[in-house]
Design a protein around this ligand. Structure first.
Ligand SMILES: [Zn+2]
Length: 90
């Protein structure tokens, strides 16, 4: 691992630079601040946002229907099992 601060080579497992004691874990935090890219994405034209949202909504409708059907099937199966257990108990 190359130190981003002083460019000296360090073992991959070290958390701090042996030369300047730079915190390598700070590097991931800096990558996290790369969320600025997301901010610039939000700044894209409003209409493209709307188109994206509409496309997403249309795409999610079949998925929602499938999830709904799976939910009904699960409920029916569980309900049927409960009824079977119930009849066995009595
Ligand atoms: Zn260093």
């Amino acid at each position: 691992m190359k130190c981003p601060n002083c460019a000296s080579e360090n073992p991959e497992e070290t958390k701090r630079c042996g030369n300047c004691s730079y915190d390598f874990q700070r590097k991931t935090a800096t990558f996290g601040q790369g969320g600025e890219v997301v901010v610039t994405d939000i700044k894209m034209p409003f209409w493209s946002m709307v188109v994206f949202m509409v496309k997403w909504a249309i795409a999610s409708i079949p998925a929602l229907i499938i999830l709904y059907l799976i939910g009904i099937l699960l409920m029916a199966t569980l309900g049927g099992m409960n009824m079977m257990i119930g009849t066995r108990m009595h």
